[in-house]
Ligand binder design. Structure first.
Ligand code: GDP
Length: 367
């Protein structure tokens, strides 16, 4: 019956009654071999997004259900946005279940970066965030790097149990699952992937050969993610698609870098120095004098300093300033969701400006 039909794109229940509701599909489309909801259809064919109404409570309910099952939990994070894509409370809703941590988008790191260093960093961060991970792994879901190994590891750790894949929106969870399906069955894209956070709306169960299943849970919206403050069309500008080319700036004291109009880095004091920016290659960096920075932003935000888009300026959160004196040689100033700037010397004083609600943090340099 209609009740049982599930969208192969996002996993939502198909309905034909409410054209604006979640899971709507025109009755005629139900004859097709592969049934997708109208939202996934539009996304796939026209690159259009439709707003849908799943509340945070709905997400939480689904997640809380996982703790009551006997299963392996696979948690995916975006290594480009570790903190922004971290799910707080994961240990709590995992219950007694083992968790393995997978860092996705390894392909965006410069080739010179040692994988083991990144894995050690993930382990340390996980521990600091209260997660005891059984194992940690680094993959590129879109390139298919290490995916076979990841699939094998999941199979090893699940030990005959069900698997739940969890992650924040935009970490590449759908891409990951599509790859896993390919590894397991040789089939192509079964799940919708896109630049748009929150595409996977309901639970998708993929049967495993021993009668158990691998379940894709909805992407959890983390409101600190930069992604939620910018136009969905601009997400592809800030989301790196390939290896990041580090951009080095020789700065004098009292100079400022703008990252589009989304964030700003002020170099306050420490003599002439070089700073290395790791941001999406598509995001423009503008250099100016600190004394001109405020007026430049006022005049050119949404235009030369873009994203945000002009029509968005009204809703765009104000930039909030965070000042830091760098304590350790080689420190990354992380602009959550946007990337980071490596500062080489202790004693350097800088200020980072980010939209209100977005995090700035310091960490030992990753690279
Ligand atoms: P979901 O919201 O977690 O299901 O994420 P998606 O699978 O829709 O992917 C979100 C964005 O990240 C898309 O723009 C993907 O192309 C991109 N993406 C996914 N996996 C990778 C990867 O391994 N490397 C890179 N560079 N981008 C990826």
């Amino acid at each position: 019956s209609e009740q049982q039909m599930i969208c192969t794109g996002c996993g939502v229940k198909i309905q034909t009654g409410d054209m604006d509701g979640l899971g709507y599909a025109p009755p005629s489309s139900l004859e097709k071999e592969v049934i997708v909801c109208q939202r996934c259809f539009r996304l796939k064919h026209y690159n259009e997004v439709q707003d849908v109404s799943l509340t945070d409570d709905d997400f939480l309910k689904i997640l809380n259900g996982i703790g009551t099952k006997d299963a392996l939990i696979v948690k995916i994070i975006d290594i480009f946005d570790f903190n922004g894509s971290w799910l707080p409370g994961i240990q709590r809703f995992a219950g007694k279940n083992p968790v393995i941590l997978i860092g996705n988008k390894a392909d965006i790191l410069p080739k010179s970066v040692k994988q083991n260093k990144v894995i050690d960093w993930m382990k340390k961060e996980a521990k600091e965030n209260g997660l005891v991970a059984k194992d940690v792994f680094l993959v590129s879901a879109s390139r298919g790097h290490n995916m076979r190994e990841a699939a094998e590891m999941i199979d090893k750790y699940r030990n005959g149990k069900d698997v739940f894949v969890v992650g924040c929106t935009n970490v590449g969870k759908s891409t990951f699952i599509n790859r896993i399906i390919k590894e397991v069955t040789g089939e192509g894209d079964v799940i919708t992937t896109s630049h748009f956070p929150g595409t996977t709306l309901d639970i998708i169960e993929i049967p495993l050969d021993d009668g158990k299943s691998l379940t894709d849970t909805p992407g959890i919206i983390n409101h600190h993610q930069m992604a939620h403050y910018i136009d969905k069309r601009d997400l592809k500008i800030i989301t790196p698609k390939k290896e990041i080319k580090p951009r080095v700036f020789q700065l004098n004291e009292q100079q400022t870098l703008f990252f589009g109009g989304l964030a700003r880095f002020d170099y306050l004091s420490g003599g002439r120095k070089s700073f290395t920016c790791y941001l999406s290659n598509e995001l423009a960096i503008h250099r100016t004098k600190l004394e001109n920075a405020d007026s430049l932003y006022e005049k050119h935000a949404g235009e030369m300093l873009t994203p945000p888009r002009p029509e968005q300026l009204g809703d765009f959160p104000e930039l909030v300033r965070h000042e830091f004196t760098i304590k350790q040689a080689k420190t990354d100033v992380v602009f959550s969701g946007l990337g980071w700037v490596t500062v080489n010397d202790p004693g350097t004083i800088i200020a980072a400006h980010v939209p209100k609600g977005v995090q700035v943090l310091l960490r030992k340099s990753l690279i």
